[in-house]
Write a protein that binds this ligand. Structure first.
Ligand code: ZN
Length: 103
């Protein structure tokens, strides 16, 4: 078996992505979560995640959603199925993680 050199879906970043500024600490995850209030057992639907965003999903319509690393990875398949192109900046997280700095 030889590796075929045919161009296999080279990740094409739409030029629209170039118009989206780099994520900053003020960008927050758009995902909502359902939490269960401790003790009450009552579901609290659609609580905004609000974590710092590291993943950008650009939809064909031009709309953009931001996600934290957790939700970005969790929802990536679903987003791609909807035609979104994903830009994952979570490598910044790893760069900022110092070895031995774990709690
Ligand atoms: Zn999130």
């Amino acid at each position: 078996m030889t590796a075929s050199a045919t161009e296999v879906q080279a990740p094409t970043i739409p030029t629209a992505f170039q118009d989206i500024p780099a994520l900053t600490a003020t960008d927050r995850c758009d995902a909502t979560t359902t939490t269960i209030r401790e003790g009450s057992g009552t579901a609290n639907p659609r609580v905004p995640c609000g974590a710092q965003a590291y993943v950008t999903a650009l939809f064909p319509s031009g709309s953009v959603l931001l996600f934290c690393g957790h939700h970005g990875h969790e929802l990536e398949c679903s987003l791609v199925e909807q035609g979104a192109v994903i830009r994952d900046d979570s490598n910044v997280l790893q760069q900022n993680t110092k070895p031995g700095a774990s709690a």
